[in-house]
Design a protein around this ligand. Structure first.
Ligand SMILES: Cc1ncc(COP(=O)(O)O)c(C=O)c1O
Length: 387
């Protein structure tokens, strides 16, 4: 099945299983083989079947990149050894003195890469609440080349208007990168909304089973793809074929998993919102979320992530995360199993305490990655932990 046909003619769940994944021409195997090879025999100098060296290209990786691009509604996909390797490679598009406007409430590791590593190499970053138009507009400088956002944000679940940010950035000559990890392409496709790059820690929903570290980037523009493809090979942060196989396998069930993640998360959010010991719930799928209408406009669902606060602050929150049995106390997100964590001392520990306070990430904020177990079991587990 021609990739172009797959992209145009079939729905999301079908493309997740078929795009880039014709049966193996040598054997008919219905799964793309794991091409465990670093190099490829050439018929003569420079004469080969299109593959030279696996940092530059590998058939298992190419199948995954094609499938992922199709799901994001983009022409091109690029795979990396981790979400952060993808981020680092993207930042090589920039040079000394270039300026980046960054959503203030991004993943802690992203902020660490920017402020503790890339600033040393002459890149400049301004952190703003990109959900507030005037703050975003004021942050641009003549050297702004990129705007970096997450939507919803991690861990406060703020929603950013991707179309509006893209229009504003493009009018000023800057590219827009959206970290789409929380939504997955099933619920949100940033490129269709006007962004230049959709980035994932595929470690999360795309892989889906908490068994691999992986990054993916989708772009539509051919010239931008050429630049990034060059950097992917030149910088070298590529994944191995075994990991590509795992992510390709994970993606096959993305649609069914995401539907169940969302069903469970909405039920959990409603349960928490009605619990007497819970003082705040952040989930864009709740009508009480301040940007619920925007979330409904730019996504087709609200995903499996949420955060909340309990009465009694940090001590009470620590008791809750120690008492759940099904929700494992662990970092990361997006796997089939439910996870619970405290962002301040865990995923966001690398964000300085005063910055966390300014952002509203209290020490007692609890983040849930709601898995795909039975809904009632998850609610019973939280009920027990809150009792
Ligand atoms: C939203 C988000 N972006 C990027 C990353 C980094 O990805 P990785 O851990 O695959 O390097 C993470 C990791 O937790 C994340 O949550």
């Amino acid at each position: 099945m021609n990739d172009h046909d797959v992209r145009r003619a079939y729905g999301f769940a079908t493309r997740a299983i078929h795009a880039g994944q014709d049966p193996d021409p040598a054997t008919g195997a219905v799964n793309v083989p794991i091409y465990a090879t670093s190099t490829y025999a050439q018929q003569d100098v420079g004469v080969h079947k299109g593959w030279e060296y696996s940092r530059s290209g590998n058939p298992t990786r190419a199948a995954l990149e094609a499938c992922f691009a199709s799901l994001e509604g983009a022409r091109h996909g690029l795979a990396f050894a981790s979400g952060l390797a993808a981020e680092d490679t993207l930042m090589h598009l920039l040079g000394q003195g270039d300026h980046v406007v960054v959503m203030d409430d991004v993943y802690g590791g992203t902020r660490r890469l920017f402020s503790r590593v890339l600033e040393r190499h002459g890149l400049c970053f301004t952190y703003v609440d990109a959900s507030k138009r005037d703050q975003l507009e004021a942050a641009f400088t003549p050297r702004t080349r990129m705007v970096w956002i997450e939507s919803p944000t991690n861990p406060l679940m703020k929603v950013v208007d991707i179309s509006d940010v893209s229009r504003m950035a493009h009018a000023r000559g800057a590219r827009v990168v959206v970290d789409n990890t929380f939504m997955s392409p099933y619920f949100q496709r940033p490129i269709e909304l006007g962004a230049d790059v959709s980035l994932h820690s595929a470690t999360k929903y795309l892989g889906g089973h908490s068994d691999v570290i992986f990054g993916l980037v989708a772009v539509h523009d051919d010239a931008l793809y050429d630049e990034l493809h060059y950097l992917q090979n030149a910088v070298g942060g590529v994944p191995g074929p075994f990991d590509c196989f795992l992510v390709l396998r994970g993606i096959k069930t993305l649609a069914v998993r995401m539907r169940q993640h969302e069903r469970n998360a909405l039920a959990v959010a409603r349960f928490l919102a009605g619990h007497p010991k819970v003082v705040a719930v952040n989930y864009p799928g709740l009508e009480s979320h301040p940007q619920h209408e925007l979330a409904k406009r730019q996504t087709s669902g609200h995903g499996g992530m949420l955060s909340f606060e309990v009465e009694g602050g940090t001590a009470a929150a620590r008791r809750v995360v120690q008492r759940t049995r099904l929700f494992f106390l662990a970092e990361s997100l997006g796997g089939v199993e439910s996870l619970i964590e405290l962002p301040a001392p865990m995923t966001h520990a690398s964000v300085p305490a005063e910055v966390r306070r300014e952002l509203g990430i209290s020490d007692g904020l609890i983040r849930l990655s709601v898995g795909i177990e039975e809904t009632d079991d998850l609610i019973a587990d939280l009920e027990h932990a809150l009792a």
